[in-house]
Design a binder for this molecule. Structure first.
Ligand SMILES: Nc1nc2c(ncn2[C@@H]2O[C@H](COP(=O)(O)OP(=O)(O)O)[C@@H](O)[C@H]2O)c(=O)[nH]1
Ligand SMILES: [Mg+2]
Length: 587
């Protein structure tokens, strides 16, 4: 299916033409039919000569209802511009065309209606020239009469040629269905309709209400009045929602693929045509079917920051329109450059921001976003409309390569600084580094701690474990000199204190493999374990604690924890009668 919106001045024959093409009544309201004037959007569809289905979103032409018109064309990529042959180019011909141009609509067709009432030539020439100057470019033009039917076969053929040129919809795109109508059907509950421009919907799908983020489930789907299990873009679609009351969803809201959009109230945009300095301070932003008041803050000559009265699910590159409801004219188009812009707090921040925006064009650019944001989650970027093609560094974090290198250098410096401040600690706790580098996630510290840095037991260290602070190394040397010949004599607590070996120093020496700790304040030199097994293996097996103590020429203070350590290592085995035997004599 293809969807085309009408455009043009009131009473030029848009609804009549849609009626003639489809046999359906686009003016849904009795008031519209009584007054003979379209007030709100109308929907009708037909089969083209090629066999494809075309649906029309018929818009009101009256200037009072321009917001309704914008809600209709916002999500639609193609337009049928209608100009009356007798009246020719009129104010809302111009305003509607300006709106299509602002939204970047680039596929269209011109129908010069009421051709039975006047020579269509002049109106056709003028309209074609006006259209050629916009995003629509050169369009086919067909004179028609909605009353006599003259020209309708030619118009149908031209519509077939138009839809054949329309871009192929992206079916794996996330769904953002802008709601243009919502109503209740007895027995079914809430139904919303919209133009599905990309992606696919299935009965049972879970979606998100844009206004609140609330999850909703698709209970039923209709397209062109027939029930469907699934609907692929492009299509007019009616979605029956489970468990959503009618008052919670209305025109301007949207149904979204979960997790694929961020709701933004603050965005930076580029103006197409308008000068930032000349815009009023408050305007209405029209995008999709939504119309939201926006505070305008000029940044550069053609860039502004918008603060919306309520959040919208916008993506980088979205086209929208700023309109001044008071002055009743189209202010012009905008392209969304950033949906998560930095706050402007410091002096000069606005000017700096303007300089950044000057280099953006609304095309999502991963490398550029990383450069500007430095560190960002992949999911955040996807929700801004930036395709993520790079692998995350940790968790789902991505970083600008240059920033990442700077962080790694900073981390190395902090590890060295901390080692200087706390020479006896086995490295810097990960959380301390996370804070010092102002990182949002511990996983990033781990990812940055690359060799020669090491991450062990929640700490990052630069020094290999066997490098001891000099005073500790000297103390260990003294122990070695004094006790090397009496390997099972542990220095007394007061001797350790004299040597400057407190609990922290002993801990550092043990981690470095320079001392062996048997118990609090009981240390031996590291070779003592192997030596002890040699000695014990020469005893008659099994042997008692007392026999071991004598053979090792030591005290219970050392022998008890030493044997227990050997037991734990599996070198000795403790028997039920408290005697022991050597399990694996040294080879
Ligand atoms: N003679 C003639 N009258 C037309 C034609 N198209 C529309 N009209 C009449 O013009 C008036 C406005 O038409 P309508 O379709 O409501 O215009 P819209 O406001 O653009 O939707 C109605 O009275 C129609 O009957 C046409 O091609 N020929
Ligand atoms: Mg109408």
């Amino acid at each position: 299916m293809w969807v085309v919106a009408t455009a043009g001045h009131v009473d030029h024959g848009k609804s009549t033409l849609v009626r003639a093409l489809t046999g359906m009544e686009p003016d849904r309201w009795s008031e519209e039919r009584r007054r003979g004037m379209t007030i709100d959007l109308g929907f009708a569809w037909t089969t083209l000569p090629s066999g494809g289905t075309i649906a029309f979103v018929d818009v009101p032409g009256h200037e009072r209802f321009v917001p309704n018109m914008l809600a209709g064309v916002g999500p639609v990529p193609a337009a049928l511009v209608v100009v009356g042959a007798d009246e020719g180019w009129m104010p809302q011909s111009a305003e509607h065309l300006a709106a299509l141009d602002a939204l970047g609509v680039s596929y269209g067709l011109l129908a010069v209606t009421r051709a039975d009432l006047a020579d269509p030539g002049p109106a056709l020439a003028r309209a074609r020239a006006e259209i050629a100057a916009t995003s629509l470019g050169a369009v086919e033009a067909v004179p028609v009469s909605g009353i006599t039917g003259a020209g309708l076969p030619e118009l149908r053929a031209a519509l077939d040629r138009l839809v054949a040129r329309l871009p192929v919809p992206v079916l794996d795109a996330p769904v953002r269905l802008w709601v243009d109508r919502s109503f209740t059907i007895r027995g079914s509950g809430t139904v919303v309709t919209g133009t599905l421009g990309g992606g696919r919907l299935r009965v049972g799908d879970q979606l998100e209400l844009a206004a609140t983020g609330e999850p909703v489930r698709v209970r039923g789907l209709h397209s062109c009045n027939s029930a469907r299990d699934g609907v692929d873009a492009v299509a007019r679609v009616a979605v029956n929602l489970r468990g959503v009351s009618r008052d919670r969803i209305a025109r301007g809201d949207a149904l979204l693929s979960p997790g694929r959009f961020r709701r933004t109230e603050l965005l930076d945009v580029r103006l197409a045509g308008d000068l930032a300095a000349e815009l009023p301070a408050t305007l209405t932003l029209h995008v999709g079917s939504a119309a939201v008041p926006a505070r305008v803050r000029p940044l550069g000559p053609d860039t502004v920051r918008l603060r919306l009265a309520r959040p919208l699910p916008l993506l980088i590159g979205d086209r929208a329109l700023l309109r001044d409801p008071g002055r009743q004219h189209v202010a012009g188009g905008v392209t969304v450059l950033d949906v998560d812009p930095p706050p402007l707090r410091r002096r000069g921040a606005a000017a700096a921001r303007a300089a950044v925006l000057a280099g953006l064009d609304g095309r999502p650019d991963l490398a550029g976003e990383l450069r500007r944001r430095r560190l960002v989650r992949a999911g955040e970027l996807i929700r801004m409309g930036v395709p993520v093609t790079a692998a995350p560094l940790a968790g789902d974090w991505l970083a600008d390569p240059e920033h990442w290198r700077a962080l790694a250098a900073h981390l190395t410096a902090e590890v060295a600084r901390y080692a200087g401040e706390h020479p006896l600690e086995p490295g810097v706790p990960v959380d301390v580094l996370r804070q010092r580098l102002d990182l949002p996630d511990r996983a990033l510290v781990a990812a940055l701690a690359r060799p020669p840095l090491r991450l062990h037991a929640g700490r990052v260290t630069a020094a290999p474990a066997d490098v001891l602070p000099a005073p500790v190394a000297r103390a260990v040397e003294r122990v070695r000199a004094e006790y090397g010949a009496r390997p099972f004599q542990a220095p007394e607590a007061h001797r350790l204190a004299d040597l400057g070996l407190g609990p922290q120093e002993i801990g550092a020496a043990v981690r470095a493999g320079a001392l062996l700790k048997l118990a609090e304040n009981v240390v031996l030199l590291p070779g003592a374990l192997d030596d002890a097994i040699q000695v014990l293996a020469r005893l008659p097996q099994p042997f008692t604690l007392s026999a071991a103590r004598q053979a090792l020429d030591t005290t219970r203070r050392v022998a008890v924890p030493l044997l227990e350590l050997l037991d734990r290592r599996g070198a000795t085995r403790r028997l039920p009668d408290d005697a022991r035997e050597v399990v694996a004599p040294p080879g």
